[in-house]
Design a protein around this ligand. Structure first.
Ligand code: ATP
Ligand code: MG
Length: 422
């Protein structure tokens, strides 16, 4: 992609009302645009990151054997009455139709997936199964804040699993927990796996996945050595206690909840009378689990945990491009040579399947470098008449302070091994 052709540019000025690093950097870098509080447009750069995050999540859910579906956001009021959540959930957006009907705008999808499962669940032979979607969620949050961490409209991957017995549900729940840790790790995000309460979903205990950052709203008691933690809302342990998992020291930490999994038991199958015919001929309740990852919040959390004063530092796995090519035209007669060399490398990299953003604008080196640092692509390559004189290209990794010169002839192979290194 040529930067001159990219829709959505960097801003020199930080937005006046940005209350967090992710809000400031994602807006300044041209990743998102704020329409109103808690509602964002994902611009090409941001959409590229979001898609990569969602693809990683998708692959991990597929590996669990779950099936991807896509459910409606417009949900009938009756189903929410059935689960007692029409009045009980304060963040539920409610819509009036000109037909006189009322609808909920999906903040979660138990009210859709449980009746759906009923249509396909008859006997024990139909179980177990798991379905998931990656969809937009709407929540009437009293205070939308911290950029994309708490929106009123945001993206979530939600998965629902259906089982004949507790043992099977627990086994799947534990596999899902491992898949979650794998997904976050692949996205370059370290999480604590935290015991928590079931909130609006269930009375059973659940697990939250917390990324450690001061931008987070949750207080945790978590291990300084391993991934164990407890949300302070349900904590039975305190700072200074020994970790029950590894005997490391527990400490108070702040985190942002990037995922949450729940053992729902029969809460929703009771509400919708979701049963199956057991092998012995009796009718039994289906057991359910639900598993959410906020994918837009996940992008914001990566920014919160991976940036410096100059801008974002994207992990390679989710960066919008792998290479940020900067050509420095200069004013001398060498400028044509620089443009030609940059164009040749750009075409070469694209043909080799390398994702490259080429800053082809006629700007000062300082302005281009500042934009490259702000955008945060893992590798910056600079072509100037100076570097070309020695048949070199300047190589600078975003998370390394120094740059070095790489011979033009070996730059493609070096890039390929750089990308392959995780
Ligand atoms: P919170 O306690 O932060 O309000 P929640 O516990 O209500 O979140 P869940 O219902 O567990 O959220 O939703 C699953 C996931 O969706 C959360 O773990 C989080 O990653 C994401 N999420 C929830 N609310 C929002 C929001 N307003 N904006 C962005 N992501 C959200
Ligand atoms: Mg939650």
């Amino acid at each position: 992609m040529r930067y001159s052709n990219l829709f959505g540019k960097t801003n020199k000025m930080a937005p006046a009302d940005a209350d967090s690093a992710n809000a400031r950097l994602l807006i300044q870098g041209g990743f998102v645009d704020q329409e109103m509080a808690g509602v964002y447009t994902w611009l090409p750069l941001g959409l590229s990151v979001l898609r990569k995050v969602e693809q990683i999540v998708r692959e991990e859910m597929d590996a669990l054997g779950a099936n991807e579906i896509f459910m409606p956001s417009l949900q009938p009021k009756e189903y929410w009455i059935t689960t007692n959540r029409w009045e009980g959930v304060d963040i539920l957006f409610k819509l009036n139709s000109q037909t006189g009907k009322e609808y909920a705008l999906g903040c979660t999808h138990e009210e859709v997936v449980t009746p759906l499962a009923q249509k396909f669940t008859h006997s024990y032979k139909d179980l177990p199964f798991a379905v998931y979607q990656i969809n937009t969620k709407f929540r009437d949050e009293l205070r939308a804040k911290s950029g994309v961490l708490r929106g009123r409209e945001f993206r979530m991957k939600d998965m629902y699993s259906f089982h004949t017995n507790q043992e099977d549900l627990t086994a799947f729940y534990n596999r899902a927990l491992e898949a979650y840790v794998k997904a976050y790790t692949r996205c370059g995000l370290k999480v604590k796996v935290v015991q928590a309460s079931g909130g609006i979903f269930t009375e059973n205990v659940s697990h939250e996945f917390q990324a450690l950052t001061d931008a987070g709203e949750d207080k945790l008691i978590a291990c300084t050595a391993c991934e164990f933690g407890q949300n302070s809302e349900v904590a039975t342990l305190k700072a200074g206690d020994a970790c029950p998992k590894c005997s490391g020291a527990l400490a108070e930490m702040k985190g942002v909840e990037v995922g949450n999994i729940f053992d729902l038991g029969t809460k929703y199958s009771d509400a919708f009378d979701l049963n199956f015919a057991h092998e012995d001929g009796t009718k039994k309740r289906v057991l359910m689990g639900c598993y959410g990852i906020g994918t837009t919040r996940l992008v914001g959390s990566i920014v919160e945990t991976s940036h410096d004063e100059k801008g974002i530092i994207w992990p390679k796995s989710v960066a919008p491009f792998q290479v940020h090519l900067v050509s420095l035209k200069g004013k001398d007669e060498g400028s044509e040579v620089v443009s030609a060399a940059a164009e040749a490398l750009y075409v070469n990299l694209k043909q080799a399947g390398v994702e490259v953003l080429w800053d082809d604008r006629d700007l000062s080196p300082g302005a281009k470098f500042a934009d490259a640092d702000l955008i945060g692509i893992p590798l910056r390559l600079v072509i100037s008449s100076k570097s070309l004189a020695g048949q070199n290209i300047e190589w600078k990794e975003r998370n390394v302070a120094d740059s070095r010169l790489v011979p033009q002839v070996s730059v493609l192979s070096e890039i390929q091994s750089f990308i392959a290194r995780s």
